[in-house]
Ligand binder design. Structure first.
Ligand code: SF4
Length: 175
């Protein structure tokens, strides 16, 4: 972590991000995390000491702890977030997300079908119906978004009617 942060800073990058590596339950050949939470946190804090006015270190301490302890604290039971996070691989297979790149989570192949056919197809419908998010990685990439959608659904979060227009200078590539 420290070496990576130093290298990023020396290269003149704006920021360096430290995230946990997921050991997906459906990928038994992946190497397990070997650092303790305490050691990982200490390294993240050390990396943060490299921050200055031109360089930031973003360390996902909360996410790291949940991934290490593998605690499922999801309050939601489905994954609306996958709509913004599906993964298209080089062989044109379209997966539900980057954590589930195994055959049982392929929505379809875009070489053989159009995106529209795959997205509205039976295979995607069946995968979403059978998906048990409580078996997914804790704090996966879409967890924050799924939480927001859940809070809106149950009335804990109100979406303002008049949302401000995004600043095109701040987010030039925002879709
Ligand atoms: S909850 Fe997370 S890991 Fe599970 S399908 Fe959705 S994005 Fe993937």
């Amino acid at each position: 972590m420290i070496k990576g942060a130093k290298l990023a800073k020396d290269l003149g990058l704006d920021y360096y991000e430290i995230k946990p590596a997921f050991v997906a339950p459906d990928k038994p050949n992946q190497l397990a995390n070997t650092l303790s939470i305490a050691d990982a946190n200490a390294l993240m804090l050390e990396a943060k000491e490299l921050e200055d006015e031109n360089f930031a270190v973003y360390a996902k301490v909360d996410q790291m702890e949940t991934v290490f302890t593998r605690e499922d604290d999801r309050r939601y039971d489905d994954c609306p977030g996958h709509k913004t996070n599906a993964v298209l691989e080089a062989d044109f297979d379209l997966y539900i997300c980057s954590n589930h790149k195994t055959p049982e989570f392929v929505f379809g192949n875009l070489k053989n079908q159009s995106f529209k056919q795959v997205w509205h197809g039976e295979q995607r419908k069946n995968i979403l119906r059978d998906l048990n998010v409580h078996h997914c990685e804790p704090r996966c990439r879409m967890d924050p978004l799924n939480n927001i959608v859940h809070e809106i659904r149950i009335g804990e979060r109100i979406v303002p009617l008049n949302l401000p227009t995004p600043d095109s200078q701040t987010h030039p590539n925002f879709l």
